[in-house]
Design a protein around this ligand. Structure first.
Ligand code: GDG
Length: 745
């Protein structure tokens, strides 16, 4: 992994999260701060203070903006700092906080993201308050932010904040991390259009956007595409004036701390106590009271196990700790009472005077007791019906210094993507849970150790410190990417320098894209014809230089326009080539015709549904044109859906690529592109001047493939791998005219 060591120091780290890093207790006007021991707190601490070569200024405290439960009067004149953190409390009026936090966050976003749409409440006041509250966080941040500070915004309570920061402080680096599952688009689209758009645009104010898993990343990219029309190239979204990196960073834990805790006397004592007082086999679970945690389903799974395995009766204790949470909300009270009743029923049905199958506690645990239970239990039963990551399972694995114990883990937890050696179950399937418990009880110790070792190695290698390091490394690398894709418009001085280099050279090669470069973009592609004047310049250039017209168009169209000029022509993105001295077109040797039959019907179907759209079948590609669509907005949505479908459902062995051009989606073989074709020409001659001009995303391949010394020019202001930009297509003509006239003079 690329580490932070070599990087330059920035300013301070500012965290913005709903919660502050410590609890503030005010007794007799004396404020006491109790620092949380949670993962994020220790991770950012180590990032700033312990890591050699941290990018942050370690002389500065970490600034933390968060909601304060205390009133402004209570905190007036009090110092809210300890050795590590300086807190900046945000005061939110109670009625706003009610609609913001309880309402929008917990009654809408939480159930929707955890696939409980029926529990989601859509109230206008919720969104109004969400905006107000995000603005209050912004106002507090605006009071303290300095030019080099890096801001890291946390979670679903603050999705609008990155954009607010970007607008006012465009130069500061901003990260955003989403801790819960980002849902599939079918759920996300349940939000009113205005809210969806505000969320996507809000989050994309950041430079780097992080999720726990690749699935969440995919879902977010799809939402960005469908809601705001932003396409992506791998993990990057190009917003014209900047790019955003969207990637997965699976959050982790302090592995060493949990592993070392095994030997701590207090933990040993708790472990012994549990072992002595409980039955032969111990199952353990700990969750916050929440419908996403699958507590009731798990109880039914355990009941099924008891029902089917008489021989284990009186030999198993299931310690189920439920940590109180949100229990003022009706739904949670109802769930709590269902859990109470189900536990009571199972214990009454199966237990006896000497044996209580479920030991149920509704409380939180001290750390030593928690790790004592992790290390005493034979099985950790972690069965959320949805969970962004789930840290409890990672803590369980890390704490097993004895390399024993079995983890039963829901496939719906983000952690399942990393912990494949657990017994992975479907949390809604009682039988699956019952079977897994039996398998776990019967698992030989050697097998337990083998699985534990593999899982431990993974968590040890990617612990919470690696997680933060990874995130900030991406922030820094993005800056390098921005540097590479910079936007430099050619000035007269720049043009003059190119002209001088042109004049001083003797063997020149010039590449011209067609649409948007030599000819203007017009609604009907058939009418995009190069002007007589431009053609004359091309002619002049071609008399003394190697000139190549390089386009996605078919060979017939290009032939009609350029056959009378001494130029080479590359058609269909590098698939077909005609050199200037030949009348023959040569097909790229890597091309195989074995794919169109399966793809054409998909494109046709999408075209039928979208009036004005048409499918063009070229010799080596298929193109879905939507510039001529009757309803432009609708066509854009369909285009996004089509791209999504093609990207996800094309068989990999077909080796096809989907190119999102200017109002066209094109499917072609991956073996060649404008870059491979241009490079082949350059390598065939000893050129001392190379120039390439283009406007389309497909021209990026050409810009990237040409040598560093080439003059590459992008038309328009989208970020590009080209070294220079020209404002629009009309200016290309002036640029070329200038070049030609100079060498004539
Ligand atoms: C959100 C996402 C994602 C719990 N009870 C006690 C206790 N805990 C500690 C655990 C663990 C943490 O709380 C719970 O973390 P989770 O990850 O399981 O869940 P959420 O709080 O819902 O967190 C989640 C997470 O963000 C991080 O991104 O993984 O998916 O929902 O560290 O040990 N600790 C003590 N006593 C308890 O009673 N001492």
């Amino acid at each position: 992994m690329n580490d932070l060591r070599k990087k330059e120091k920035t300013g301070r780290l500012i965290i913005v999260a709903y919660r502050l890093p410590f609890k503030i207790i005010n007794e007799n006007d004396q404020v006491q701060l109790f620092q949380n021991s949670g993962g994020l707190v220790s991770a950012v601490l180590s990032l700033v203070h312990e890591q050699e070569g941290s990018p942050f200024n370690s002389a500065e405290k970490i600034q933390w903006v968060g909601f304060s439960e205390n009133s402004p009067e209570e905190l007036e004149g009090q110092s809210l700092a300890n050795d590590s953190f300086q807190a900046h409390p945000v005061f939110i009026p109670a009625d706003v906080n009610e609609n913001y936090y309880e309402g929008f966050c917990n009654n809408l976003i939480w159930p929707l993201c955890h696939y409980f749409p029926s529990l989601a409440k859509f109230e206008d006041e919720y969104f109004d308050s969400y905006q107000i509250a995000n603005r209050l966080f912004f106002d507090k941040l605006a009071e303290i932010i300095q030019p080099d500070d890096v801001v890291w915004v946390q979670d679903y309570q603050l999705m609008l904040l990155p954009e607010m920061i970007r607008e006012r402080f465009p130069e500061n680096k901003i990260g955003f991390f989403f801790h819960i599952p980002f849902p599939s688009f079918e759920l996300f689209r349940m939000l009113p259009v205005k809210w969806r758009k505000a969320i996507i645009e809000g989050i994309l104010g950041a430079d780097v956007v992080g999720f726990h898993t690749n699935d969440y990343v995919e879902y977010f990219l799809k939402a960005a595409r469908m809601v705001s029309g932003y396409g992506n190239k791998l993990h990057y979204i190009n917003l014209s004036n900047r790019i955003v990196k969207v990637d997965s960073f699976p959050i982790s834990i302090d592995y060493k701390k949990f592993n070392a805790a095994y030997d701590e006397p207090e933990v040993q004592r708790e472990r012994l106590l549990a072992r002595e007082s409980l039955k032969e086999k111990i199952i353990f679970s700990v969750d916050r009271l929440d419908y996403s945690k699958g507590i009731l389903h798990r109880l039914h799974g355990f009941q099924r196990f008891l029902e089917q395995n008489q021989n284990w009766h009186e030999k198993v204790s299931y310690v189920m700790v439920v940590v109180p949470s949100r229990d003022k909300i009706d739904q949670y009270q109802q769930m709590k009472s269902d859990i109470d009743q189900t536990v009571g029923r199972i214990n009454a049905n199966y237990g006896n005077i000497n044996w209580q199958p479920i030991i149920y506690q509704y409380r939180s645990m001290a750390y030593d007791e928690l790790v004592g239970m992790y290390t005493a239990s034979d099985v950790a039963l972690i069965t959320p019906v949805r969970d962004g990551m789930n840290l409890v399972c990672k803590e369980y694995v890390a704490s097993r210094k004895d390399r024993k114990g079995v983890l039963i883990l829901s496939e719906m937890a983000g952690a399942a993507a990393e912990l494949g050696e657990a017994l992975i179950i479907n949390p809604l399937d009682n039988q699956d849970i019952a079977d897994a418990i039996l398998t776990a009880f019967d698992m030989p110790e050697v097998e337990q150790t083998k699985r534990m070792d593999a899982m431990q190695a993974r968590i040890r290698d990617y612990d919470i410190f690696a997680w933060t390091n990874d995130f900030f490394t991406q922030m820094i690398m993005l800056e390098q990417e921005h540097e590479r894709l910079r936007q430099v418009f050619l000035t007269n001085i720049g043009i003059d320098a190119i002209r001088k280099a042109y004049d001083a050279s003797s063997n020149r090669i010039l590449f011209f894209d067609y649409d948007g470069t030599l000819a203007p973009i017009v609604p009907d592609p058939a009418k995009a014809i190069v002007s007589v004047d431009t053609k004359k310049i091309i002619m002049d250039l071609a008399k003394r230089d190697t000139v190549i017209i390089i386009s996605g168009r078919d060979r017939y169209f290009l032939n009609d326009l350029f056959q009378d000029l001494p130029v080479h022509i590359i058609a269909e993105h590098g698939a077909l080539i005609k050199t200037k001295d030949s009348a023959e077109w040569v097909l790229n040797e890597s091309y195989e015709e074995n794919w169109k039959e399966s793809i054409r019907p998909i494109l046709d179907m999408y075209a039928k549904r979208c009036p004005g759209v048409f499918v063009e079948e070229k010799e080596t590609s298929l193109a879905w044109h939507y510039r001529t669509a009757e309803d432009k907005e609708y066509a854009l949505r369909r285009a996004q859906e089509l791209t999504w479908q093609l990207k996800n459902f094309i068989q990999p062995e077909l080796n096809l690529q989907i190119i999102e051009g200017n109002k066209v989606i094109e499917v072609k073989k991956t073996a060649f592109n404008k870059g491979t074709a241009a490079r082949a020409f350059v390598e065939n001659g000893d050129y001392d001047f190379i120039l390439a001009i283009g406007d389309d995303t497909t021209d990026e391949d050409m810009f990237e493939a040409l040598p560093e010394t080439a003059y590459t020019i992008k038309i328009g202001d989208d970020l590009s791998a080209a070294r220079n930009h020209i404002k629009n297509q009309q200016e290309v003509f002036h640029f070329l005219k200038f070049m030609v006239s100079s060498s004539e003079e």
